[in-house]
Design a protein around this ligand. Structure first.
Ligand code: P6P
Length: 334
């Protein structure tokens, strides 16, 4: 008796929950699964082939592109381009959006927005990295994808998730009906359901802040960082700092164990460092669907009306009671 449920079987079982034509979701997530397995294969041998290090180019943020960034970006683009469901993409690694013009994709009803390899500063030091994706229905009515298709609020996402390339490779996604996690079985090259109906604990003891930026934190955040260090058995303090500078890996750990992640506005990044469209919105969808909170510290992230593809926002997301404690201190101390 086979006791595994594959990603494809799961999607087929759940496709009646998808508010649009059922087969479309199956194809969409299948396209992502294929790209994930191809990227995973390259990530797993990154130290052995000439794919480590810098690509000798920069992305729009002026960040050195890693060879693996560019490789992952190309795999995601090709997978969507030939999958037929998506009429265009936007990506951290591309200055502008790409409107597909292939006959089978120009009529695609969706657009995909992704960070092909988040945490790329960790590639060369073998720390978990990942792919983050967000799917919207196009709003333009015909012809090639338009900018308006990409500048939609996070609340309009029809699917979102991530692939984490860690000790194992996992794909975690939501279509607005809860969060489910699938672990790649490399012996058969299939994602298998391993974390059904993921729920973020309401409480936890892990906080993920880069306290190197403490001096530029707002008063409320500084107070929170001081509060977590106090000895208080009743509230499980001092908490533990867990920060590996891969947003999706930090949030994935907090999703399982309970915790709070924060990348606020700092002197170096006055609007925060993380991008709204392909980091904060998809992770916010996952966090909220798992019972957590995802805010800028003042506004629900998914309710922000985007104005540009690569805009950054402050991000505070995680276990409900922990985020509310941070918000309480922001309220009191600014
Ligand atoms: P810092 C990775 O480069 C990233 O965009 C996020 O994944 C991560 O949370 C953040 O930057 C880390 O930034 O400034 O703490 O190194």
């Amino acid at each position: 008796m086979r006791n595994i449920i594959t990603l494809n079987e799961f999607i087929l079982d759940k496709q009646n929950e998808f508010q649009y034509a059922s087969g479309e979701l199956t194809r969409l997530l299948n396209d992502i699964g294929i790209a994930a397995r191809i990227i995973n294969s390259e990530v797993r041998k990154a130290g052995l082939v000439d794919i480590l290090g810098k690509a000798g180019s920069e992305n729009i943020q002026g960040e050195e592109q890693q060879k693996l960034d560019v490789y992952a970006d190309n795999q995601m683009i090709n997978s969507f381009k030939y999958g037929g469901q998506v009429c265009g993409i936007a990506s951290e690694e591309n200055d502008d959006f790409l409107a597909f013009d292939q006959p089978n994709s120009v009529k695609g009803k969706y657009v995909a927005i992704f960070d092909p390899l988040d945490g790329s500063s960790n590639i060369d030091v073998n720390v978990s990295i990942g792919t983050i994706f967000s799917i919207y229905r196009r709003v333009s009515t015909d012809g090639p994808a338009q900018l308006e298709d990409f500048l939609q609020k996070g609340t309009e996402q029809v699917a979102a998730g991530y692939v984490i390339y860690g000790p194992s490779t996992m794909l975690v996604y939501t279509t607005g009906k809860g969060v489910n996690g699938f672990t790649l079985d490399p012996s058969i090259g299939v994602f298998c359901l391993s974390h059904p109906n993921m729920k973020m604990p309401d409480d936890g003891r892990l906080y993920s802040f880069n306290e190197g930026n403490y001096n530029s934190f707002s008063g409320g955040l500084q107070k929170y960082c001081d509060w977590v260090k106090e000895e208080d058995a009743a509230t499980g303090r001092p908490y533990s700092c867990r920060y590996i500078a891969s947003m999706l890996a930090d949030i994935h750990r907090n999703l399982i164990k309970g915790g709070v992640f924060c990348y606020p506005a700092t002197t170096g990044s006055p609007n925060g460092k993380l991008r709204l469209l392909y980091e904060c919105n998809p992770m916010a969808f996952i966090v909220e669907q798992a019972g957590g909170i995802a805010t800028t510290g003042h506004k629900r992230i998914m309710e922000i009306q985007p104005t540009e593809l690569h805009q950054r926002v402050p991000a505070l997301m995680g276990s409900k009671n922990m985020v509310n404690k941070v918000l309480e201190m922001i309220e009191q101390y600014g």
